[in-house]
Design a protein around this ligand. Structure first.
Ligand code: PLP
Length: 385
């Protein structure tokens, strides 16, 4: 029995899947393979299929094995960024004239990719509130999309969509259902088990977990689609490099404990902000007042580390975002350190003026794993400025 066979639970899989010790030396941590090319035993005589670094690399293979295991999928592909993964998926499934029905609250770069990169090639885009399945049904009936794409929880308003319900709509309409699982991570939510066709990740966020590596991933079950994506990964070449793949693998090993701590700290932050008189609204699925709370409690095993807040005005929101110290003002999320972001002018600047624009009063917090008392003190101080 190998380590892979013995690992069953999520945390065990995260630590061990794809991480068999090195057969030559016994090194418990498999080495990082930097070689771009592989010696052949006669022309075409490949050892374990390795030929050239773009087509396959053992460190990337190890990460892909780990990703497939933690999301419970048959196939996983690792890319140079989350957007590179999204681009490969969309080009694998779309033809000119096809439409993507996108959640109206998603990472701005996803909207930009579909609208401004794929749009000129004939791909059409519509947005809808995916947390409202009646609205989704109406949009699908009006014009059948090829792809239904959702973030749940969404970025940055933390809307919750019923994945199984959406998957049923997609199945009936013959549309591919894609879930961006970046916010929840498989530690808290497994979309494939609820009927989604493909899971997308910006591994730059929680999976890498330390704000030191950009990457993306796709995980899915369907063999034919996997073959098309594998071809595009090889033929278009937006692969993750060996050191990036290795850093991501190292991050994933601690995902279960990090998500637990992120969720605990975020819950405390959300409670604190909900009781603060300068805060107009808190968006956090762990709060009983959140409209998606019950659904989140049922389809997630924790509520995650992102909390958004609305202040009374744009000026107050900007002031707050610029006044925290421990929460550093920066793009991105999901690292061990806390970050604050003003989506309207930062992560979601590209969707200003569209129906996916983020309200100007909203500030997004990525709650890290620091001491919660320090985090609350930092927020309290910044709200008093
Ligand atoms: N999906 C979500 C939810 C994101 O937040 C991001 C980036 O912020 C992406 C996808 C894109 O990933 P990347 O920045 O790794 O290209």
């Amino acid at each position: 029995m190998t380590i892979d066979d013995a690992a069953r639970g999520f945390a065990s899989l995260a630590v061990h899947a794809g991480q068999e010790f090195d057969p030559t030396t016994g090194a418990v941590i498999p080495p990082v393979h930097f070689s771009t090319t592989y010696a052949q035993d006669g022309i075409g005589g490949l050892r374990q299929g390795y030929e050239y670094g773009r087509s396959a690399n053992p460190t990337r293979t190890a990460l892909q094995t780990q990703l497939a295991a933690i999301e419970g999928g048959a196939h996983a592909f690792s890319f140079a960024s989350g957007l590179a993964a999204e681009d490969a998926l969309l080009r694998a499934v779309l033809a000119p004239g096809d439409e993507v029905l996108l959640g109206n609250d998603v990472y701005g770069g996803t909207h930009r990719l579909i609208a401004r990169v794929l749009g000129p090639w004939g791909v059409r885009l519509r947005t809808v509130d995916m947390s409202d399945l009646d609205a989704v049904r109406a949009a699908v009936a009006a014009h059948p999309p090829r792809v239904l794409w959702v973030e749940t929880p969404s970025n940055p308003l933390l809307r919750i969509t019923d994945i199984a319900g959406l998957a049923a709509i997609g199945r009936e309409a013959g549309a591919l259902v894609v879930v961006d699982n970046t916010f929840a991570t498989p530690a808290l939510q497994r979309p494939l088990a609820r009927g989604a066709d493909v899971v997308v990740h910006s591994t730059t966020k929680y999976l890498g977990g330390h704000s030191d590596v950009v990457g993306g991933a796709l995980v899915l079950d369907d063999d034919a689609l996997a073959e098309q994506i594998g071809f595009l990964q090889f033929a278009a070449g937006a692969v993750s490099g060996p050191l990036d793949a290795w850093l991501t693998t190292r991050g994933i090993k601690t995902l279960a404990v990090r998500m637990q701590r992120h969720s605990e700290n975020a819950a405390a932050v959300a409670e604190f902000l909900a009781g603060h008189d300068r805060v107009a609204r808190v968006y956090y699925p762990g709060l009983a007042s959140h409209p998606g709370h019950e659904l989140a409690a049922q389809q997630m095993s924790g509520f995650g580390g992102i909390v958004s807040v609305a202040l009374e005005s744009a000026a107050a929101a900007r002031r707050f975002a610029e006044s925290t110290r421990l929460f550093q003002l920066a793009e991105s999320l999901g690292g061990v350190e806390s970050l604050v972001n003003y989506p309207n002018e930062m992560t979601h600047a590209s969707v200003r003026g569209t129906d996916a624009a983020v309200p100007v009063e909203v500030v997004r917090l990525s709650v890290g794993i620091e001491d919660v008392a320090d985090l609350l003190a930092d927020l309290d101080r910044a709200l008093a400025v």
